[in-house]
Design a protein around this ligand. Structure first.
Ligand SMILES: C[S@@+](CC[C@H](N)C(=O)[O-])C[C@H]1O[C@@H](n2cnc3c(N)ncnc32)[C@H](O)[C@@H]1O
Length: 271
């Protein structure tokens, strides 16, 4: 793997959460320092790997559902590294004209994404904070790639639990979903302790502790809050369910942490 050089190039001697996530997914964009910390995380929260894999598998199924319903544009908020069944790979396999704008705030994820996407004219990456929708939507990598008149899938997959305020989450979902044409969709996965399996709850609390210690606290939300913040979206079947149950025929690879999933169409009046 090579990473473009820049004045503010990240310090590669330090572990990176984006590369740790890539390692958990079985990707190739990580270093020994990331793998060592990942192994320590897995000792504390053994379900972290299967949760990352289950979340990524949900993302692939959700992208295909959006393509089936006519979305050919994707805005992937908090995209991480586009690795292991990346959104542009899945979408462009289905329709080579599909366009994907990746957005992430982590300089490591953005630098590696630029490297992965080099030469592609239908996938971009933008360094931006999703809590500033005006900046995201007007950035050249987004405004220059996505036609606002076209139906677009807004992906907020395993990211909104980093935004502390419920009302802000609701406003952000409303703003992004109303920025594109009729037929637009929302794809959401979100950490939760509101699940039945006590082992999943215990693991999720362990992950929350690790996240707090690393300076990226997680705000877990229950079904009621997630229903409220997605009120402008009509969920596709099977609704708001555990990620391992969203249109998944395979049993989960192992115990996973609490994580809800939803794919829905944006209601006309919320646009
Ligand atoms: C767990 S990863 C999820 C990656 C991908 N969405 C997936 O589900 O496979 C969360 C990503 O969200 C990014 N992120 C967190 N807060 C963000 C924010 N405010 N704006 C943009 N990206 C953010 C992190 O840098 C990280 O790459």
């Amino acid at each position: 793997m090579s990473v473009p050089e820049s004045a503010d190039e990240p310090d590669l001697s330090l572990p990176s959460s984006a590369r740790i996530y890539d390692f958990l997914l079985g990707g190739g964009h990580n270093f020994a320092v990331d793998r060592q910390l990942a192994e320590r995380i897995l000792q504390v929260v053994p379900a972290a790997r299967d949760t990352a894999v289950a979340n990524r598998a949900f993302l692939g199924r959700a992208v295909r559902a959006c393509l089936d319903r006519g979305c050919r544009q994707f805005l992937d908020l908090g995209s991480g590294i586009p690795t292991v069944e990346a959104v542009h790979e899945t979408a462009q396999r289905y329709d080579p004209s599909a366009r994907v704008a990746y957005v992430d705030t982590d300089p490591v994820a953005v630098a590696i994404s630029r490297d992965v996407l080099a030469g592609s004219d239908r996938a971009t990456v933008t360094a931006a904070d999703l809590t500033d929708p005006d900046a995201v939507l007007s950035a050249p990598g987004v405004a220059g790639l996505l036609d606002p008149a076209e139906p677009t899938a807004v992906l907020a997959v395993s990211v909104l639990h980093y935004v502390a305020d419920d009302d802000l989450v609701a406003r952000l979902i409303g703003r992004y979903c109303s920025a594109f044409g009729p037929g637009s969709m929302l794809v959401l996965s979100h950490g939760s302790t509101d699940v039945d399996d006590p082992a999943a709850v215990a693991g999720t609390v362990g992950m929350q502790q690790l996240a707090r210690d690393s300076g990226h606290p997680l705000v877990l939300r229950d079904r009621g809050v997630l229903r409220r913040v997605t009120a402008g979206v009509d969920p596709l079947e099977p609704g708001l369910v555990d990620i391992t149950r969203w249109r998944c025929d395979e049993p989960a690879p192992g115990p996973v942490l609490g994580m809800y999933a939803l794919v829905g169409t944006v209601r006309a009046q919320s646009r």
